[in-house]
Write a protein that binds this ligand. Structure first.
Ligand code: NAP
Length: 355
């Protein structure tokens, strides 16, 4: 902690916590979202919120898919909590905007200037946020165009937006940056890998990284309820050796479909779906002493731990850390290095703006 004017400043932002006292910003129910940069903070003019996929799906279902109701739900959460921290899923997302003000203690250190365009790499679930207006809800890409202000703490990670990728593509990729970076780390040459939700944003990036990591002797399988444009692309381009069509929430169907299409079990399971109830399917698909990596935010620690115990499967269960060293660069390079993915992300995420 360091002293500010009348407030003890903490690099992790605990000085903004309102309740419960003593909590850290992510765990807090409510934080102070006053839109001015204290000495160790950066104020951002926010243009867009990329809502975490599990959170957007939950809100969309609760609002019957109505964009106006989703906008109101997000605005209400932010009014009540001072941050976009979905109380149902516990997850947030990330934002993009321009640096509006740099607190005096950070001006030398921050390597940023007022006006720079940045994406935050820390969750909205801990980011002080004020929404002045929701301009548009883009349901297809789980994004809200807004006018608002946010605070980045001293410890907050951010990425300056690259010039060679469209804003929407960069934002979509950075939102799930931890997944491709960690996939690269855990997959070994010759491994058989199964990606739940392979046709989604993080799933596609993981497929590309897994393909490179396992090499010609390895196998990469994707699991989705049914083939989609994205899974067809992944198969056509050679990122997936086969698609397993099954509902990720139905453990026995997944196992059956996997053994019919691909293998009885795999060495690494990467869970990138955005729904709850998929822990056991992932665990049962994994060989003894294999790795199950849960990037999915709707994963229950209890269900995973007790599920593995219940079926007597000794596997390493990894929680998908939103951060790993160099993750932003690795994620952006995944689309830069794989032109077919870059094209797909452009088609899917660059929505024409209203005049
Ligand atoms: P996404 O693009 O929406 O992809 C999810 C994929 O899972 C979709 O292709 C979806 O297919 C598929 N899926 C959903 N339910 C399924 C089911 N029952 N059976 C088979 N497939 C199913 O999501 P994303 O942006 O990649 O995010 C994936 C997960 O990562 C989310 O849970 C998100 O919250 C989480 N996340 C984690 C972190 C972290 O730090 N750990 C950071 C960001 C995001 P349909 O579209 O057909 O339903």
């Amino acid at each position: 902690m360091e002293e500010g004017v009348g407030v003890r400043l903490c690099r992790y932002g605990s000085h903004r916590v309102i309740e419960p006292a003593g909590a850290m910003p992510q765990a807090a129910w409510r934080i102070d979202n006053a839109p001015r940069a204290l000495a160790n903070e950066i104020l951002i003019d926010v243009d867009a919120l990329n809502i975490d996929s599990a959170s957007f799906r939950q809100m969309s279902e609760a609002c019957g898919g109505d964009p106006a109701a989703i906008a109101e739900q997000v605005s209400r959460t932010v009014r009540e909590r001072g941050k976009q921290h979905n109380p149902a899923t516990g997850s947030g997302g990330m934002l993009v905007g321009r640096v509006a003000e740099i607190g005096e203690h950070l001006r030398e250190r921050a390597n940023l200037a007022v006006g720079d365009r940045v994406a935050t790499l820390v969750s909205l679930s801990l980011t002080p946020l004020v929404i002045d207006e929701v301009l548009q809800v883009e349901t297809a890409c789980e994004r809200l165009r807004v006018r608002g202000k946010a605070i980045l703490f001293e410890s907050g990670l951010y990425a300056r937006l690259p010039d060679d990728l469209e804003l929407e593509v960069a934002l979509a990729v950075l939102d799930v940056a931890g997944a491709p970076a960690q996939t690269r780390r855990i997959c070994r040459p010759g491994d058989r890998v199964l990606i739940f939700g392979a046709g989604g944003k993080s799933g596609m990036l993981c497929a590309a990284q897994a393909r490179v990591a396992v090499g010609a002797q390895g196998r990469v399988y994707g699991l989705e309820r049914a083939a989609t444009d994205s899974t067809r692309l992944l198969q056509r381009e050679g990122y997936l050796d086969a698609l397993v069509e099954a509902d990720a929430r139905d453990a026995l169907s997944c196992l059956h479909a996997l053994s019919t299409v691909a293998a009885d079990e795999v060495d690494v399971v990467i869970n990138c779906v955005n729904v709850p109830g998929t822990e056991l399917s992932s665990i049962l698909a994994c060989r003894e002493r294999g790795i199950v990596y849960f990037f999915n935010m709707a994963t229950s620690f209890t269900a995973a731990a007790l599920g593995a115990e219940g079926v007597g499967r000794d596997v390493d269960l990894l929680i998908g850390n939103g951060y790993s060293r160099g993750h932003a660069q690795i994620a952006l390079d995944t689309v830069r290095d794989h032109a077919a993915l870059a094209d797909y992300f452009r088609r899917r995420f660059t929505v024409p703006q209203p005049a």
